[in-house]
Design a protein around this ligand. Sequence first.
Ligand SMILES: Cc1ncc(COP(=O)(O)O)c(C=O)c1O
Length: 377
Amino acid sequence: MTENAKCLPSPPLSELPACEDREWSRMAIGILQGDGRRSADTHLVKPVFKGLRGISIYLKDESTHPTGSLKHRLARSLFLYGICNGQIREGTTLVEASSGSTAVSEAYFAHLLDLPFIAVMPHSTSRQKVDAIEHFGGRCHFVDSPAEVYTVAERLAAKKGGHYLDQFTFAERATDWRGNNNIAKSIFEQMKAEVHPEPEWVVMNAGTGGTSATIGRYIRYRNLSTRLCVVDVEHSAFYASYASGDRNVTCSTPSRIEGVGRPRVEPSFIPGIIDHMIKIPDAASIAAMHVLSDRLFRRVGGSTGTNFYGLCWIAASMMREGREGSLVSLICDNGDRYAATYYNPDWLEKNRIDISPYREMLETFIDTGEFRTADAA
Ligand SMILES: Cc1ncc(COP(=O)(O)O)c(C=O)c1O
């Protein structure tokens, strides 16, 4: 036996102290699991669009989580992931890079666990999201461009001796994609009694890429024939990267659709599980948001408009081919967060966004089935 291979001396196991902070993490996990247990599943709503003969549309309403968006699930997962990895402990300062929604949900969980929280976000983040973060006791640190959020958040966390939650890296792995009540499992369980229980397509936008990663992996894991279409927005690196296979693509103009479209290809974006990708103008996303809000009698957010335009685009292709079936997408958040922007005609004019041609086209489509222009990439 060499010197290196000898057993090192160790005190009796009974004398070893328990892992530092074990009591705190036990309490913290109990609180996070309690939040999950108190939450009901989100609705899978089925609006009727009389022009879409043979096509059933379903929208999973993630706006009804306690913090108002699909990011409630991710925030809970990121906290559990950090605690179980020993990175989040009693008193740890948490820092996140966000366009707003994730930070709102993380501020809520930080408040539940009595942890300091700092959100690093672009100046353009909606006032309602900033107010919600501050309401939960979080602090907001603003930067000029979305591309700066990563390094500033990392630096701030290091300076505070805290933990950078880093949703853009960890979204795809913090969520248990095989099941454990994730969004994909919930969708497919809720579809079971429908006429077409296995959707032809699930349509999803991309911010971190984490939700599409969970859905795409689950589809494969369960051997389903459903396909996944990801819809990218005007100012974003994802589509060009998907088309070229180059993960180093960047986009210097900030996305105007909050929550989706990124300046770089995020580590959580997994192209291998995507069956098809389209890229659409911001005017199309915002027009679709208005049309869907009118038909649901309540406001949805801009990224939900991105999803709805993608759904219509896929539905039109299926109808042209004479196919029938179901399509599923998400209501990502509530439109009241965007009263000052997408729902404000002055903001639209200032940003030179004319939604009327898309609005008319989508209304005609859902009422008659006639899809006049198909200008997605
Ligand atoms: C409002 C909104 N919609 C959609 C998304 C995209 O979800 P994902 O990050 O899972 O790609 C986000 C992400 O932050 C969001 O905030």
